[in-house]
Design a protein around this ligand. Structure first.
Ligand SMILES: Cc1cc2nc3c(=O)[nH]c(=O)nc-3n(C[C@H](O)[C@H](O)[C@H](O)COP(=O)(O)OP(=O)(O)OC[C@H]3O[C@@H](n4cnc5c(N)ncnc54)[C@H](O)[C@@H]3O)c2cc1C
Length: 444
């Protein structure tokens, strides 16, 4: 009988466990996890503030009933050492010391946010990835009025919006040039910025934190261009892999992620790594990126489970697919932004269709390269866009050209308004206006 130990029982670890059991019910699977509330949704505070869940404990995304499927789990136990030669994992709950041998080992210890050591003693600075950290922040938020958030990505922007809804004063800052820069072109970032401005919220882009000092009450943050007085500072960026435990057993890369091959095996046979611990190549640029996303955690987990179970399956390349809801609008992004295409020296044409005032209530931007392949899509909409983004991910992954979208038939059901006909519109617009420009430039 095969035996696999998984360290970490969050989104990736639990998925590996479930899939291993699905492929072989006799496979002995052991999960070891230091926390007790897991897989915790790192943005759980937003769910509470927006009343999507009643209390923080409910912000979890369990993958399976582990007992029911026969996974042996140790919650509240931290792995403290691995004997790589003898294949033994040592773990403890602070009192009992236990050890288990393995045939396969899966490293699923994810990542955590990082605060400079010089501020380690500052009780007004908060990270909020785990349940325990989030609970501490929730308690502090009860009395805090002005909250500074470091990070202009999804985590920072979504927390800022949820806190504004809760009546707090928020200042958002970070080194990026604009909001959600890794996912959206300037048009959508500017739209978001205008929403924050309407709420009289300061957003300080392209600014760096130099120094934090304690005041009688709260903190003073000195940035290069400005300063902020706040009750507390929340770190919504700076995630780093939890890989300290592995340095003597497997190769770590300069960013501290675990080196893996395309089957997600580390430099040591029978030892695999998943989720936030690893980087994988991006589909269009082939650049390796370390990702921090639940979808990536689950996908890499499926790859590892199938490989351990003998179904050799390489990890598919990464394609950005993300969506969110902010200020009552839905935003979605798939593939490359204009900026990312430029960085790759990829020439693209952008076709824009729809308006927020239209019946579909949506504006779509399609990025098309010189081979007429769709390499990116962004959407701003009054209706949910998650399924639409997943659809576009399939289109881009399968290397569809814009002409394929023109000739693709979309369903017609008069009782509901869908977004797919807008893709026909975008393709028609491209064929009518841009295609000729390209032909002319090819001929000259
Ligand atoms: C503030 C914030 C908001 C986010 N919001 C989103 C979002 O909206 N959507 C999205 O897709 N992603 C989001 N993410 C990213 C997402 O949380 C991660 O990508 C995801 O949690 C990664 O899952 P994982 O299983 O790889 O690792 P993790 O979730 O980091 O889990 C690793 C687990 O390993 C355990 N562990 C670590 N060391 C040990 C040890 N020595 N022994 C035993 N157990 C150990 C930890 O306790 C933890 O439970 C967010 C991240 C942050 C920080």
């Amino acid at each position: 009988m095969k035996k696999t130990i998984i360290i970490g029982a969050s989104h990736s670890g639990q998925m590996v466990a479930r899939e291993l059991k699905r492929f072989d019910a006799d496979h002995e699977v052991i999960l070891i996890e230091k926390e007790t509330v897991t897989p915790f949704i790192a943005s759980g505070i937003n769910l509470v503030l927006k009343q999507a869940v009643g209390k923080l404990q409910e912000a979890t995304a369990p993958i399976a009933d582990l007992n029911k499927i026969g996974v042996k789990s140790y919650f509240g136990y931290e792995v403290i050492k691995i004997d790589w030669q003898q294949k033994i994992v040592f773990f403890t709950d602070g009192v009992k010391k236990l050890a288990e041998t393995y045939e396969n080992l899966v490293l699923a210890t994810g990542s955590r946010q990082y605060v400079s050591k010089k501020y380690a003693e500052f009780s007004e600075i908060y990270c909020y990835k785990s349940f325990f950290q989030s609970q501490k922040l929730m308690d502090a938020l009860e009395t805090a009025q002005t909250i500074a958030i470091s990070g202009l990505g999804h985590a920072g922007v979504e927390l800022a919006e949820a806190l504004l809804q809760d009546g707090k004063k928020v200042v958002l800052f970070g080194p990026n040039q604009r909001l959600l820069q890794a996912y959206y072109d300037k048009e959508i970032s500017d739209f978001l910025l205008s929403q924050f401005e309407r709420k009289k919220t300061a957003v300080l882009c392209a600014d760096h934190l130099i120094e934090v000092t304690k005041k009688d009450k709260g903190l003073k943050l000195q940035l290069i261009e400005s300063s902020i007085d706040c009750d507390l500072l929340v770190i919504a960026n700076n995630s780093r892999p939890n890989s300290e435990l592995y340095w003597d057993g497997v190769t770590l890369l300069p960013d501290k992620s675990v080196a893996v091959n395309s089957y997600l095996q580390t430099t040591r046979p029978n030892v695999y790594a998943v989720g936030d611990l690893i980087g994988i190549p991006e589909l269009i640029t082939n650049k390796k990126v370390r990702l921090s996303k639940v979808t990536h955690a689950r996908q890499t987990a499926r790859t590892v489970a199938s490989n351990i179970s003998g179904k050799k399956f390489p990890q598919p390349k990464y394609l950005n697919t993300s969506s969110t809801e902010l200020f009552g609008f839905y935003l979605g992004s798939v593939g490359l932004t204009k900026e990312q295409a430029q960085q790759e020296r990829k020439s693209i044409t952008t076709v824009k269709v729809g308006t927020l005032a239209s019946i579909e209530g949506s504006q779509i931007f399609l990025h098309i390269d010189l081979n007429e392949q769709i390499v990116g899509m962004q959407i701003l909409s009054k209706q949910p866009v998650q399924i639409f983004c997943d659809l576009l991910a399939i289109v881009i992954r399968n290397r569809w050209r814009i002409t394929d979208l023109y000739y693709n038939a979309t369903s017609f059901f008069p009782m509901s308004v869908t977004l797919t006909p807008l893709l026909n519109e975008a393709a028609a617009d491209y064929l009518a206006n841009f295609n000729e420009v390209k032909k002319n430039s090819d001929q000259s």
